[in-house]
Every structure is written in C-alpha cells, then in structure tokens.
Design a protein around this ligand. Structure first.
Ligand SMILES: Cc1cc2nc3c(=O)[nH]c(=O)nc-3n(C[C@H](O)[C@H](O)[C@H](O)COP(=O)(O)OP(=O)(O)OC[C@H]3O[C@@H](n4cnc5c(N)ncnc54)[C@H](O)[C@@H]3O)c2cc1C
Length: 414
C-alpha cells in the first residue's frame, strides 16, 4: 500500500522479511498456540541468521544502520506470523537492545547486543511487578550496593521470555529514600542461580513466548552491568517507551492483516441467498472499514516513525507514540472483529486462523502500557501543548468566531 514511501533498501528489507515469514513452518505457529513450544528459540535464531533484528542500529553492533521506518516495516511483516512472534522478536532486539545501544558502553554492546542480533542469545524486559505495571515508579525490586556488586531482590510479572531468555533488563530501586524519579536504576542481569521463573502463565492468546513471573533472590550483579547512570533509570525508561509502544503498534498491523485477508477471500466465495456475501453491503462495508483502519494505522506509524527519526521535540514524540499505540491497537482489534463477524460461525472456529488472531490481538491494548495509560499521556501532553501555544498569541483566537463572542457574563468557569 505504501511502497511508494519506501526507498530501495527498505523495499529490499521488506522482501527479506516476507521471505523469512514464508519460511516459518505452520507447525511452529500451531505448537506455540498449544503451548507445546515454551519459547520460540528456533524462530529467533533464524531471524538473527538473516540479520533482520535491530536494523536501525549501527552496523558496528550488528544492525544495518537503517531507520525507524524500516524497523516498523519489519515489525509489521513479522507480526503476520502471529502477535507472539513479533513480541519475542521485539522484546529482545528492539527494546532491550535499544536501551543498551542508546545508554550502554561499548563493552556492554559487544557482550549483549551483538550476540542477540545474531540470534545466539535471547533477552527479556522486566518492568512489570506483581503489585502493578502501570505505576512504573512504584517499583519495589531493590538493588543494594555491596561494594563489588549489586544484590538484587524482588519479583517481575508477565515477562515475555521469562522462560527462554538468557539475560534480563531489570529496573530496581537503588535509593529507597529518594523520589521515585531519582532512585531507580537499570541493570543487565544474566540468568543465574538466583533468577527463577516461578510461574508460567496460561494465556488467552500469544502463547509460546515464555510469559512468566520471575523471582530475583539475592542475585549478585557485577557493577559493570549497571546500564547508564546510577539512580537515573528514568532516562532509559523514557527512551525505551519509543520502541516499546511504536514497535508494538507497528507489529499489531501485521498481526491483524491475515484476518482481513482471510475474510476477504472467504466473503468473495461464500454464498447466501444465491450470491456471494461480499455482494451484501452489510458484509463488504465491514471489510471496507477494516481495510481503512489498517491503512490509517499504517499511515500513523509512518508519520510517527518519521518524527522519531527526525529527532523532534521529545514531548511531541511522546504524544505521537502514545496516540499511535492507542489508535493502531484499537483499530487492529476492530479490524479483526469485523473479519470474524463477516465469516459467521466458521470464523469462530479453528478451521480458519481468525479466532487465534482475535485472541492474540486482545493483548495489544494491555501490554507495553495499557491504552488507558496512553490516554493519560496524550491528555497530559495535549493540555500542556495547548496552553503553551495559546500563551504565544501566535494563532487566531478561535473563540471569537461566534456571534455572541462578547457575552462574557455567560462564560462561567467556576
Ligand atoms: C502476555 C503479557 C505479556 C507481557 N509482557 C511483559 C514484558 O515482557 N515485560 C514487562 O515488564 N511487562 C509485561 N507485561 C505486563 C504489562 O505491560 C502490564 O500487564 C500492563 O502494563 C498493565 O499492568 P498491570 O497488569 O499490573 O495492571 P494495573 O497496572 O494493575 O492496571 C489495571 C487497570 O487499571 C488501569 N489503570 C491503572 N492506572 C491507571 C491510571 N492512572 N489511569 C487510568 N487507568 C489506570 C489500567 O489501564 C488497567 O485497566 C505483559 C503482560 C501480558 C498480559
């Protein structure tokens, strides 16, 4: 649809991603959905072998020196396999590596980013705790300075790759007395004796990603594994929210596409009252709405990716990324809903993959920050921006375009 916006390199990468997606056996998809595979090691190894992960990072660290638009395009294509494939692909290569590439030193990039992008090791991101995921600054996991090392204690919940990952990006409180924004640090924690996956969740969809509760008990983390500055984990958290939310949004489009594809084919062939049901506007208009939503979602992703690449005002980026996450995930859920609806009863069965896609996509508006949290960010940034713009007096006074503009006694605010 948007090929004309992509350059030659991006089109080539897109085709490579499509080849990769074609190469994955259907058995792997089905086995993951049935929880027969706990973590898709073979899938990630192959993605690494084809150098598809982290394409926006410098070549020096295993990327391709490309941009955010390219990343979003790859994430969308990988999402076609199923949401959980893109989750596991994204968590390690696009989230954890993003933090290390942007905030780590060369030794950390050498040790963790390069092997991960080659598909030799796997990583997980540990933010959410049993006491809550929305309130990141309420983190209770602790990291005590013991001189030669940090001692980490605490729990993280719903961690994709909790089963399967070799190392973890863990946020922990390093100054219990400081304000939350000034007392949390970020660590790279290798899987070791004190790191235990204590509970593997039974999920509605997105199975096979090893989502589990992790317990860190007296884990000794070498000082060199502190990422960024002590007590300044917030800086890492802020930059990570871009891949976390923009990447999530992009892959959701790919995960919804097959549902609309299957429904389009089905409604063209299926007959009722003597003619193909696509001939009924009640059916074809639902497909039209789904296609429109997917295209609008992709357009939003392109614009936001360009904004991130251009390095515009971080607060504007924060709003755009949150809007993308909210709009795109809800649009894709609606697209999958329409796809199932127009297929009637058969859409609800496992004869077609639409039911699995529908289950998988429910996660999209919950993880990487719920859509309510996205609304919170959008509203906060929008109100700030509104009053800043008003205070400059640079734009037209829009209220004056009313016949009774001067009726000031009627404009009551308190
Ligand atoms: C399958 C799966 C995989 C996941 N993978 C990971 C992972 O790899 N790493 C990781 O760190 N986390 C992961 N998560 C966690 C996910 O990001 C959190 O579940 C999510 O952020 C919400 O946190 P919570 O579940 O604790 O809900 P809570 O924070 O308890 O929220 C419950 C409800 O309250 C609402 N709410 C809370 N605060 C506000 C507010 N201020 N305003 C309005 N509404 C509010 C929320 O929107 C939500 O509807 C995963 C979750 C799932 C289900």
């Amino acid at each position: 649809m948007f090929d004309y916006l992509l350059n030659e390199n991006q089109l080539k990468l897109r085709d490579e991603a499509r080849d990769f997606v074609k190469s994955i056996p259907r058995k792997m998809i089905l086995d993951m959905d049935e929880d027969k595979i706990k973590f898709p090691t073979e899938f990630l190894k192959e993605a690494g072998r084809r150098n598809l992960m982290g394409c926006r990072y410098p070549e020096k660290w295993g990327g391709r020196g490309m941009d955010w638009l390219s990343t979003c395009m790859v994430m969308e294509e990988v999402g076609v396999l199923g949401y959980i494939f893109a989750c596991t692909f994204g968590v390690g290569a696009e989230l954890v590596c993003d933090a290390v590439v942007l905030h780590g030193n060369d030794e950390q990039k050498e040790q963790y980013v390069k092997p991960l992008l080659r598909g030799d090791v796997f990583a997980a991101e540990c933010l959410t705790e049993p006491r809550g995921g929305s309130d990141f600054f309420g983190t209770t996991t602790t990291a005590e300075d013991k001189g030669e090392y940090y001692l980490i204690n605490g729990q993280k919940r719903f961690i994709v790759g909790g089963e399967g990952a070799d190392f973890f990006l863990v946020y922990a409180r390093t100054d219990p007395l400081a304000e939350p924004h000034k007392g949390i640090s970020c660590f790279i924690v290798d899987r070791s004796d004190g790191v235990n996956s204590e509970y593997l969740y039974g999920l509605m969809g997105c199975r096979g990603g090893g989502a589990s509760r992790l317990v860190f008990k007296d884990v000794k983390v070498p000082k060199k594994n502190l990422l960024g500055t002590l007590n300044q984990g917030v800086d890492i958290f802020k930059t990570m929210m871009i891949p976390e939310r923009l990447g999530t949004a992009a892959m959701t489009i790919g995960a919804a596409r097959p549902a609309v594809d299957v429904a389009t084919g089905y409604t063209s062939r299926r007959k009722a009252f003597g003619r193909p049901i696509a001939g009924f506007q009640g059916v074809s208009f639902q497909i039209a709405e789904a296609v429109t939503l997917l295209d609008a979602a992709r357009a939003m992703i392109h614009v936001t990716a360009k904004a991130v690449d251009a390095g515009i005002d971080p607060r504007r980026v924060r709003r755009m990324v949150s809007e993308s996450k909210k709009f795109v995930t809800e649009s894709c859920q609606k697209a999958a809903h329409n796809a199932m609806q127009v297929m009637g009863g058969i859409g609800y069965t496992n004869i077609y993959p639409v039911e699995r896609i529908f289950r998988d996509l429910r996660l999209a508006s919950i993880w990487t920050g719920t859509n309510e949290v996205m609304s919170l960010i959008i509203a906060t940034e929008w109100y700030k921006e509104y009053w800043e713009i008003k205070s400059t007096g640079a734009s037209r006074d829009l209220e004056c375009d009313a016949a009774e503009y001067d009726a000031v006694d009627e404009k009551i605010f308190e």
